[in-house]
Write a protein that binds this ligand. Structure first.
Ligand code: GLA
Length: 727
């Protein structure tokens, strides 16, 4: 619900469990008043809430509520530079005199049903009538441009999506040096910050730290969101646990350079902002032009981190582009770790034939099928079939898949160009580069300048030609390096700092065109594993290869951390061969299957090298996965034991009607002479009787409070699973 309450000149936004209040001061400045647990009696309480003139440290408004005693501690809704607020501004602009001071003043507002699409910029749903949107229009009294702040309220999910639009209504150019998607001020409070950090092969580890005076930020300067951090942050109370306490979760629907920053000022007040990283960014806005920031989402939970995650998961699965579309997620077998570049018509035919009877839906031919690519040093950009490896094209591969009742999927890395390629010979200037410097190669490859329309057209045509020619139902879209040598031959000097954002807009345009033209194809995101795991990609591609690290024990942390924001239906997880190729660890086949089961499941190994027992286990695993598909698509996910804090790791999916559940309990490392351990399930109906693994019958309250024996005689890397069905 969104209301304008004229008596107090305030906006009241509310979801099922949260409220958000903004006030227009007498001098038309926009002031933030409240964000938190729901305050229901808005008509009577808002005068009280909006009347407050001080925070705990001192007054910021005078008696008349008109002018400021101190802007230094006023909670502004969208703070700017140069007007007395000395904390992080949400926006910095520069006018034709090179001056950066602004003053934003309330002009008007609109409350409408539904929500506008920002396409090709991804955003949460679009079109639904259940959503209300507030647009507050502000004008800058110094340089004469307008800023619209948008708030869309998703009541059931306790979510508010936000963004800003800057329109140049003046008659000269202005430059935007920073435009955050959102800013929110909290009064002094002992918050802690949770972020997801890591590196290649150990993405999205959970970090939780106190926030003290000064600034704390996570950011990317890589041209993609990156393995090292995620465009997400949560502010939580010190006592917040997985299941109790307050958490505010913030994330960006964006896949490029981002920054999420918390700043604590001299009075202990906290300002949180998330948006495009202002580093190496500016944007020239000519008269009449508009700049749209990426969308940010905030969710509020008084039910701990699990509550926060479930809200994010629901937003993703119900309201985010392709993630909300009911595309069937295939159970795949991928050639990469099984064959690497050692692929050809005969080897692939044999590989696919070996999958007969295992109930695998799709064979995915990974890297190495195109150009003259025999290792990773050539051919990116040459999206035509490798003639020596596949003399008849991919026809035979598609036929063999069909004969075995399987579909066919293919790997691309559309944004790249190898210096050793036909494409590079024809267009040496299509890579991102600057004059007088040989661009830096990484994995022997360069990046295409996706800010240029003709390059987007070329990549579209070459990928579309393959998708048109062959019966392909699945595409793995990879992106394997950071972006350096920033510069575009197509941009004038004053627009070079627009490059990073224009790059990702170009990528979104390409994704938009391909996903529209091939709606039956399931596109899977990948960036050296999980290097671009964000809501921006999930708008176009409902699932992402979670990490190049396929070791089941390492995956416990990666999947546990990723689940803080993203549903398991967004994660792809495969059973791979042991010793594992990333860690050289050997983990039981059963454990490898159990850890991957709650995600989009599949294999990344050569079936011919498996024992008969392992092959039999594949049949059991694929059969179990079929039973779990619904739960993964729509169930509620609960984290139970944290692999970051205990020697165990456990999680559970519960169906919306609470009639079914599936829990996985893993032991990372056994401690000698440890007492037994009972896994206390979550989210069940206390009164329902559940049958566990087809045997034992117990009530939900017993299962949640007393639990199930999970670690009676565990061994390192062992797992136990529990399938629950209402009796
Ligand atoms: C990346 C991906 C892998 C695989 C290789 C192929 O590293 O993450 O899954 O596709 O590229 O080169």
């Amino acid at each position: 619900m969104i209301k304008f309450i004229s008596g107090t000149d305030s906006f009241y936004l509310s979801t099922d469990n949260s409220s958000y209040v903004i006030k227009i001061l007498k001098d038309d400045m926009l002031c933030h008043r409240y964000y938190g647990q729901k305050i229901s009696a808005e008509e009577t309480e808002l005068p009280y809430l909006c009347g407050r003139k001080s925070n705990s440290s001192g007054e910021f408004l005078d008696e008349e509520n008109t002018c400021f005693v101190s802007k230094e501690n006023t909670p502004f809704e969208y703070p700017v530079f140069g007007d007395g607020d000395l904390r992080n501004p949400a926006m910095i602009t520069e006018n034709r005199f090179g001056q950066r001071t602004s003053r934003l003043i309330y002009k008007s507002h609109r409350i409408t049903k539904g929500k506008k699409s920002l396409s090709p910029l991804p955003s949460f749903d679009v079109g639904t009538e259940d959503v209300d949107t507030l647009e507050i229009i502000l004008s800058d009294s110094v340089s004469g441009y307008e800023v619209s702040l948008f708030y869309s309220v998703f009541e059931k999910e306790d979510a508010i999506t936000r963004r800003a639009e800057i329109r140049n209504t003046s008659d000269t150019d202005i430059k935007i040096l920073s435009a955050q998607s959102m800013s929110v001020d909290f009064e002094p409070r002992d918050f802690e910050l949770i972020t997801l950090n890591g590196a290649w092969a150990r993405e999205r580890y959970i970090e939780r730290r106190p926030i003290t005076a000064g600034s704390l930020a996570i950011e990317s300067r890589r041209g993609a969101t990156g393995h090292q951090g995620n465009p997400f942050a949560a502010l939580v109370d010190k006592n917040t646990t997985e299941d109790s306490g307050i958490s505010y979760g913030f994330a960006l629907v964006y896949s490029g350079n981002y920054k999420a920053a918390a700043e604590v000022d001299q009075y202990g007040s906290l300002r949180f902002q998330i948006g495009i990283n202002p580093f190496n960014f500016d944007w020239t806005l000519a008269p009449g032009e508009t700049f749209v920031t990426p969308e940010a989402i905030s969710v509020f939970s008084a039910e701990g981190l699990n509550g926060m995650s479930r809200r994010f998961h629901n937003m993703c699965r119900k309201h985010l582009g392709k993630s909300a579309a009911s595309l069937k997620r295939p159970l795949v077998i991928n050639s990469w770790e099984a064959m690497y570049f050692d692929i050809n018509d005969r080897a692939v035919e044999q590989f696919v034939n070996n999958c007969k009877g295992l109930d695998i839906d799709t064979f995915v031919l990974d890297d190495g099928w195109f150009g003259v690519r025999d290792d990773d040093s050539t051919s990116l950009g040459d999206w035509f079939v490798h003639k020596t490896k596949f003399p008849d094209g991919l026809k035979n591969v598609v036929r063999v898949c069909r004969e075995n009742g399987m579909n066919f999927g293919l790997w691309f890395e559309p944004e790249m160009i190898s210096p050793k390629s036909e494409l590079f010979k024809a267009h040496p200037d299509w890579c991102i580069h600057v004059e007088n410097k040989k661009p830096l190669e990484s994995r022997s490859q360069l990046v295409l300048d996706m800010t240029r329309g003709e390059i987007i057209d070329f990549v579209y045509d070459s990928v579309a030609a393959i998708l048109d020619e062959y019966d392909i139902s699945y595409v793995k879209w990879d992106m394997n390096r950071n972006i350096t040598d920033i510069g575009s031959a197509a941009l004038p000097a004053e627009k070079q700092d627009e490059f990073y954002h224009r790059y990702i807009l170009g990528v979104y345009e390409l994704m938009h065109r391909l996903t529209e033209a091939f709606p039956h194809v399931l596109f899977e995101g990948c960036a050296g594993g999980g290097g671009r795991f964000d809501f921006g990609i999930l708008y176009y591609m409902p699932q992402i290869w979670t990490s190049d690290d396929t070791d089941a024990i390492e995956r416990l942390k990666i999947q546990y951390g990723t689940s803080l924001v993203y549903p398991t239906s967004a994660m792809t997880a495969h059973v791979s061969a042991c010793p594992n190729h990333q860690t050289r660890r050997t983990v039981p086949f059963k454990t490898r299957g159990d850890v991957a089961q709650v995600c989009n499941f599949g294999y990344e190994l050569d079936v011919a090298k498996l024992s008969d027992d392992e092959k039999a286990m594949i049949k059991e695993q694929t059969a179990l996965h079929r039973k779990l598909e619904d739960l993964i698509a729509t169930g509620d996910f609960y984290r139970i034991d944290s692999p970051f804090e205990t020697e165990f790791c456990s999680w559970e999916l519960v169906s919306a009607d609470k009639k079914r559940a599936f829990a996985v309990f893993a032991t990372q490392k056994v401690t000698a002479n440890r007492g037994g351990y009972y896994l206390k399930l979550k989210g069940l109906d206390p009164e329902k009787i559940y049958r566990i693994n087809g045997k034992l019958k117990l009530h939900g309250d017993t299962l949640m409070n007393y639990g199930l024996p999970a670690a009676d005689n565990p061994t390192d890397f062992s797992t136990v699973t529990f399938e629950l069905e209402e009796e």
